[in-house]
Design a binder for this molecule. Structure first.
Ligand code: ZN
Length: 565
């Protein structure tokens, strides 16, 4: 920034022609020029261009190669894009950033093809793990081993004498704990199985280390809370992962305050790589109200001013709350979360948040959960009058037919994750039937009703990768390969619509549509260069696209094949 201010000053003092032969008599030279790109701007006034000029952290000009050439000065960094596609940086409207970073940081066991390899990876990890820290995560899968057998602690005890180990099976219903972890958790041969759980034992009745369901919680309680250092490490790793995928902004749902402290520290050190909008839990609404924070409070790198509410449920666990019962489990129609018991508790919190100018983002998946939240939103408008409040419903998966219009009238943003559609699409109809499934992940119907979409992933629940998300929205080809022409294909989006939802749509959802979301003069220079033109390739090939370069605030923060810090 200082650099550009200095240069601006210089440009005022010297006749521009003395500097370089450019024609912008009043303009300084750009710090960065990207030329020979296929620029898709997401700016309706100029959808396509060839080149972009950046000064400091902002875009200053977008145009043809020759128009932008006039911004080149002797110190301008020029990147020749070789005809590749340049898009605005992706803005993920719904992530769990710390959990994502922790997952990236944890030992990877899913593809270990033998118990020896499983043990070797844990041993290697233990050597690198600071004393006292636990080894967790892993997602092992013994069905890939020959013979298939549940691992026991004997496999890893000698490799992990000083490191507690608590590694999960991929389905989340079993863990393997080593002897140290069992000792710290106080689990012995005398410990009875807890209700709803099993401590797996050998012939002598001694725990083997395998713990099922409720027995996992007995050991999990012994895991100490994350240290500040662990959080910093996880978030740094999450940021590196994000920029490697072209994600330049994330909207962090229900972060711990300790995570926000890490963001703030990284901001202070100039080490934030992606822009953050943080939405802490609505249960703690009083904290932001007390400080007087309103929506989108902060600066370009770090903002707060939203709250995340939870109406409850997921389709996978049959807890999403519907008007009608689940088809394959007719004794239930899901549950509202405890935040919704009674509903007046949620109403009071929402009213308080809205009165303070905080933005409300509510997780709602089943049709009745969504409808109930729309009722509450509507009561807020009645009580407090119209305002630009940009209510959001996170996931907004299974809509009642009657609610699309209401969604639009209340100007609620549908903050959706297309990857969940191609994942849940494998089993959704068995759970809720064809009729209801036809209003599921109904992105086209939302657009037809004038509802704004914001795209995200829900990482670490789904991959953070925008390319996979766009592929999902455009093809709706379920992960099981059973719907190659699309599951409810009438709900497919075009690539243009998907890119817009991921950039301008997400920017709007965080009140930042004037700052980012398109490649236009004045906006933050957050951009991504892709290996192929996703507007031109066959839809099924979209997912083969690679990110070549990622720019945040005009800086090249990630480059394919380079040593990225
Ligand atoms: Zn989530």
């Amino acid at each position: 920034m200082q650099n550009s201010i200095a240069r601006r000053a210089l440009a005022l003092v010297l006749p521009p022609l003395a500097l370089v032969p450019f024609s912008h008599a009043q303009s300084p030279a750009a710090d960065l020029v990207i030329t020979n790109a296929k620029v898709w701007t997401v700016d309706k006034s100029r959808p396509r261009a060839e080149a972009v000029a950046v000064l400091g952290d902002r875009i200053v000009a977008v145009g043809s190669n020759s128009e932008i050439a006039t911004w080149r000065g002797p110190h301008t960094q020029v990147i020749h894009a070789e005809g590749k596609l340049l898009l605005p940086g992706f803005n993920d409207a719904h992530v769990h950033f710390l959990s994502g970073g922790i997952e990236l940081d944890s030992v990877q066991l899913t593809d270990a093809t033998s118990k020896e390899e499983f043990a070797r990876r844990i041993g290697e990890r233990a050597r690198k793990t600071p004393k006292g820290e636990w080894i967790v995560g892993g997602d092992w899968d013994e069905t890939k081993w020959k013979p298939q057998e549940i691992p026991s602690k004997d496999l890893i005890d000698s490799l992990t004498p000083d490191t507690p180990v608590f590694v999960s099976r991929y389905d989340g219903h079993m863990v393997l704990a080593n002897s140290l972890a069992l000792r710290l958790a106080g689990i012995t041969a005398q410990t009875p199985d807890p209700p709803g759980g099993v401590i797996v034992r050998d012939a002598q009745g001694n725990p083997t280390g395998a713990l099922k369901d409720a027995a996992m919680d007995m050991a999990a309680k012994a895991i100490p809370p994350l240290s500040h250092e662990q959080r910093v490490r996880a978030i740094e790793r999450a940021m590196r992962h994000a920029v490697s995928l072209g994600v330049t902004s994330v909207q962090n749902m229900d972060p711990d305050y300790a995570d926000i402290a890490v963001y703030s520290e990284l901001l202070e050190r100039g080490e934030l790589k992606v822009r953050i909008y943080a939405a802490p839990l609505i249960a703690d609404v009083d904290d932001q109200v007390k400080i007087g924070i309103g929506h989108a409070f902060g600066g370009p790198w770090l903002r707060m001013g939203a709250v995340k509410a939870f109406a409850g449920g997921s389709l996978g666990s049959r807890t999403a709350y519907f008007y009608d019962p689940y088809l394959d489990q007719p004794n239930t129609r899901g549950l509202l979360s405890d935040e919704m018991h009674p509903i007046s508790l949620m109403r009071d919190r929402m009213m308080k948040a809205d009165a303070a100018g905080l933005q409300i983002c509510t997780h709602a998946i089943g049709d009745e959960a969504i409808s109930t939240i729309l009722d509450l939103y509507s009561e807020i408008v009645q009580a407090h009058g119209t305002a630009d409040r940009r209510f959001r419903i996170e996931h907004a998966q299974h809509m009642a037919a009657k609610d699309f219009d209401r969604f639009a009238q209340l100007h609620v943003i549908a903050s959706v994750e297309p990857y969940h559609a191609i994942d849940d699409g494998r089993f959704a109809e068995a759970r809720i039937g064809h009729q209801r499934a036809s209003r599921t992940y109904a992105f086209r119907t939302f657009l037809n009703h004038g509802v704004r979409l914001a795209f995200g992933t829900d990482w670490d629940v789904a991959p953070l990768d925008p390319i996979q998300t766009i592929y999902a929205a455009v093809t709706r080809a379920t992960l099981d390969g059973k719907n190659p022409s699309g599951w409810f294909p009438e709900q497919k989006l075009t690539v243009e619509e998907a890119v817009e939802a991921y950039t301008m749509g997400s920017a709007y959802a965080e009140f930042q549509e004037n700052e980012k979301g398109s490649i236009a003069p004045g906006k933050l220079a957050d951009m991504v260069l892709l290996s192929q033109d996703i507007f031109r390739v066959a839809p099924e090939s979209i997912r083969d696209s690679k990110v070549l370069k990622t720019f945040v605030g005009g800086k090249l923060v990630w480059e394919s094949g380079a040593q990225n810090k």
